[in-house]
Design a protein around this ligand. Sequence first.
Ligand code: PNS
Length: 164
Amino acid sequence: MAVAVYPGSFDPATYGHLDVIARAGNLFDEVIVGVLNNSAKSPLFSVEERVNILNRLTLEIPNVKIKAFSGLAVDFARECGAQVIVRGLRAITDFEYELQMAQTNRVLAPDVDTMFLTTSLEYAYLSSTIVKEVNAFNGEISKFVPPIVAEALQEKYMSRKNNK
Ligand code: PNS
């Protein structure tokens, strides 16, 4: 069985992430989306919230599972019995970091390969960081994220505004 993991922060998931998840789902028997639980970063959404959002967004893709992970992506891949780590590549600016990460992972775990899926053109400019910035200024985000994520972002916006 061909199993892949797709690790990331997903803070929050965008249409670009969903595109990669769906396409990886067509290529592998099983895709496990790994949501990084990293206490060093301070994400907008908790790991539970990010897992919950992704679970709701992928309900209709039967061979996709969502799991939180901490530690190394290669260890997560091995725990999941995955042979492949999938990553999305948007632009040349992503490439240097992604190549470095893939090569490091290959040294750490020669049995786990990295596969890059180039982001579909309509999502090539998208990033979670930009979406959060637009949302922080109450901008329109419906073209960037599915309604479930837009609602969750709106709730964060309101609660931050009310706590000021
Ligand atoms: O969505 P992101 O933030 O670009 O995802 C980055 C992620 C989670 C894939 C990367 O930071 C990661 O794999 N972190 C876990 C620790 C690790 O394995 N680092 C790679 C060794 S270079």
